[in-house]
Design a protein around this ligand. Structure first.
Ligand SMILES: Nc1nc2c(ncn2[C@@H]2O[C@H](COP(=O)(O)OP(=O)(O)O)[C@@H](O)[C@H]2O)c(=O)[nH]1
Ligand SMILES: [Mg+2]
Length: 305
């Protein structure tokens, strides 16, 4: 890998412009975001990669990026890091592993901290994804840690959701309890170079067959080893197959509507949190109704102001 090419790729004017735009959007206030026109689904394929920490999500994304590189399609990756801003370690870890592919000028990676977001994703996420549409990206990957609510939200933010599990960690049982298996379109058993991956794959296949009975799509189970570079072709093919089988106009319209709803909900939740934290409604000489009125008035001013 030539270092010159890394510098060259990062220096491309469109990449610098996108980097600035992403930072602006990620940091934008609720009021700023309210005024920004956002497409809730555009031309880019949106793929979610979710699963427990350490399952190999980032490594798999790097593998997919390498697999797709010859197509010349522009691939944007947004990795949401759930760790506290204080530790910072995992964020760096994500970058280092994915930066092996940084010489590819069509690949753009941005890690975002979930920071104070209530839902474990990150504020303004849909506005961030939309910025890639503006820069004519064809593929978008969203990496999230699959726990609880995050999964349900991640489900509607992407077109195709890939769940990554690893053998011998009891993940299947955990995932089933949390209802995570229900949300995924494709199951990946990563670290297939380790023992017991066959057993996990068999378990997942029977769950998938049961789920597929009443639907037009049966989630396939793909064995991968990001370490050995195995399974990229199969995973890419499964993503494509899901697109053809499920993502018709009706489905895309329903996803766009669900994203719009998520966007509104997250803006309101965040803004009300800010207003409550400001304490303006707490003044002792205000009745409860008056306190509530203070919040509602401020919200109203956000909309009209
Ligand atoms: N044995 C093995 N290790 C892997 C594989 N894929 C990833 N890893 C390792 O698992 C660890 C976590 O990988 P990472 O991609 O950061 O996982 P993430 O937290 O899900 O994004 C790293 O040490 C990787 O090198 C694999 O296919 N086989
Ligand atoms: Mg990761």
């Amino acid at each position: 890998m030539s270092t010159d090419r890394i510098v060259a790729a990062e220096d491309l004017p469109w990449r610098r412009k996108l980097a600035r735009e992403l930072t602006l959007r990620a940091r934008a206030s609720v009021r700023e975001i309210l005024c920004a026109p956002i497409a809730f689904g555009g031309k880019a394929r949106r793929i979610g990669i979710t699963g427990p920490p350490g399952a190999g999500k980032s490594s798999l994304i790097a593998m997919l990026a390498r697999h797709w590189e010859p197509t010349g399609r522009k691939l944007g990756v947004v990795a949401i890091d759930p760790t506290s801003p204080l530790s910072g370690g995992a964020l760096l870890g994500d970058r280092i592993r994915m930066d092996e592919v940084a010489r590819n000028p069509n690949l753009f990676i941005r890690s975002l901290s979930s920071g104070a977001a209530h839902d474990g994703l990150c504020p303004n996420l849909l506005a961030v994804l939309d910025a890639f549409e503006g820069a004519q990206f064809e593929d978008l990957i969203l990496e999230t840690v699959g726990v609880g609510q995050v999964n349900y939200d991640a489900r509607v933010l992407v077109d195709t959701l890939v769940l990554v599990l690893v053998p011998e960690s009891g993940d299947t049982v955990q995932a089933m309890k949390a209802g995570i298996l229900e949300t995924a379109d494709i199951y990946v058993v990563n670290k297939a170079d380790l023992p017991a991956s066959g057993k996990l794959a068999a378990e997942l296949r029977s769950i998938a067959a049961w789920r597929g009975k009443s639907r037009r799509w049966t989630p396939p189970v793909i064995l991968t080893s990001a370490l050995e570079g195995r399974g990229a072709y199969e995973l890419a093919a499964a993503i494509e197959a899901h697109r053809h089988a499920v993502l018709d106009e009706d489905r895309m319209r329903a996803l766009a509507a669900a994203r719009r709803e998520y966007h509104i909900r997250s803006l309101i939740t965040r803004r009300i949190g800010e207003l409550l934290a400001s304490g303006e409604h707490e003044s002792a000489d205000l009745s409860v109704a008056e306190g509530l009125r203070v919040i509602v008035d401020r919200l109203h001013r956000d909309m009209t102001g």
